[in-house]
Design a protein around this ligand. Structure first.
Ligand SMILES: [Zn+2]
Ligand SMILES: [Zn+2]
Length: 388
């Protein structure tokens, strides 16, 4: 069968890059760079793509470490997304070195397919996922306007095809009170820390009555200067997460009310600023996911269905999935007891299992490119996207 021959070709094309892909992955792993500072990673990834005849544009969408690398001409335009930012102190504890190397591996593996079937592969370097949500800038700058469909694979402890992601935004909160001697004249002070504690207490009460998947979590970053001074200033940061964008709006207004209430009760003046950016929830394209699943299983991987107890985070891929049909599957590189964002997961991201994960992820994506380019398939993917 023609399609099977093409998939074999794609798989072989990825396999032939094994040594370089592992080297890329380890280089990024051993040189962790924080979000929007990923200069080395970008240089290595774009260098690899250029050597493989991709047309590279660096610093797109106003982000110096974002890039676009294109192979082929015309439509459809299939995007493969790379992340390469690390975490403070624990380096690649989220394994983004594997996301990056699998994306460029799939891009290069798709070349013989594009040569035969037409269309374009667009490898997109999407920096600053962890903190800044770099893809949000790229969506806003219109990078995805000319893209038909998008894929990214994240390392994990399980092979999952679809995983929900929560909509998420943050708020910075400050209360301004009045300092006073905490023993001699407490009645003359206004306690900004108590205002913050009231805000936390109100939010804790609210938490009892929010949807199960929603999350509100915060830290106090300023709680006063000394126990004998009534705190004149307090500050905190919260993240608010919700199963969908609409419920996120609703929660934002409820959290705002908790803050306003704490200000009224304490007499401390309130200032709060919601983040300009918000992570959208993930809209998983099931048609595309089914194709990817078949290909991952053909590589001998056992795929499991998502269960709520696996836990849900947020990703800026959610924002991409709202504008183009997308998938964000995961590839197993460690046993299920290993937790994400830990030194143990960082070690897995540079292990044999990590290397096999990156190669399988690249192969499954390149094989899925073959499926997407079959007559009528992209229409089916887009129909589902429009319907939901
Ligand atoms: Zn992460
Ligand atoms: Zn991650």
């Amino acid at each position: 069968m023609e399609i099977e021959k093409l998939k074999l070709k794609a798989k072989d094309a990825v396999e032939s890059q094994r040594r370089w892909l592992i080297k890329l992955s380890l280089n990024i792993h051993d040189n962790p760079e924080l979000g929007f500072e990923e200069k080395k990673a970008m240089a290595w990834l774009t260098g690899f793509l250029e050597e493989n005849e991709f047309h590279v544009e660096r610093g797109i969408a106003g982000v110096s470490t974002a890039f676009r690398a294109t192979y082929g001409q015309g439509n459809p335009r299939i995007a493969l997304l790379a992340e390469y930012d690390a975490l403070p102190k624990i380096g690649h504890g989220c394994g983004h070195n594997i996301i990056a190397s699998s994306a460029v591996g799939a891009a290069v593996g798709s070349k013989p397919i594009i040569d035969q079937l037409g269309g374009s592969i667009v490898a997109l370097g999407t920096p600053g996922e962890e903190v800044f949500g770099g893809k949000i800038n790229m969506v806003q700058a219109g990078v995805f306007n000319a893209i038909d469909t998008a894929m990214i694979v994240h390392p994990d402890v399980r092979n999952l095809i679809t995983m929900p992601a929560l909509a998420c935004t943050g708020v910075e909160v400050e209360f301004f009170g009045k300092p006073a001697h905490a023993s001699a004249e407490p009645h003359k002070g206004i306690n900004a820390l108590e205002a913050m504690i009231l805000a936390f207490t109100s939010i804790n009460s609210l938490r009892q009555h929010i949807k199960e998947e929603a999350r509100i979590h915060g830290i106090i970053t300023d709680g006063g200067e000394a126990p004998n001074i009534v705190p004149a200033h307090s500050a905190a940061e919260f993240y608010i997460r919700a199963p969908d964008n609409k419920y996120l709006d609703e929660l934002q207004s409820k959290v705002s009310n908790c803050l306003i209430g704490a200000s009224t009760a304490s007499g401390a003046r309130l200032e709060y600023r919601w983040d300009d950016i918000a992570f959208d929830s993930m809209k998983n394209n099931q048609t595309l996911g089914k194709l990817f699943k078949q290909n991952l299983e053909a590589l001998g991987r056992h795929v499991v269905a998502f269960k709520p107890e696996f836990g849900i985070g947020s990703t800026d891929m959610g924002n991409v999935s709202q504008v183009v049909p997308s998938i964000h599957p995961t590839i197993a590189i460690a046993s299920p007891d290993v937790l994400g964002h830990t030194p143990e997961f960082a070690a897995a991201a540079a292990s044999e299992a990590g290397h096999e994960g990156l190669l399988d992820a690249a192969k499954a994506m390149a094989m899925t490119v073959v499926d997407i380019l079959q007559p009528g398939m992209l229409d089916k993917i887009k129909q589902e996207f429009r319907r939901d």
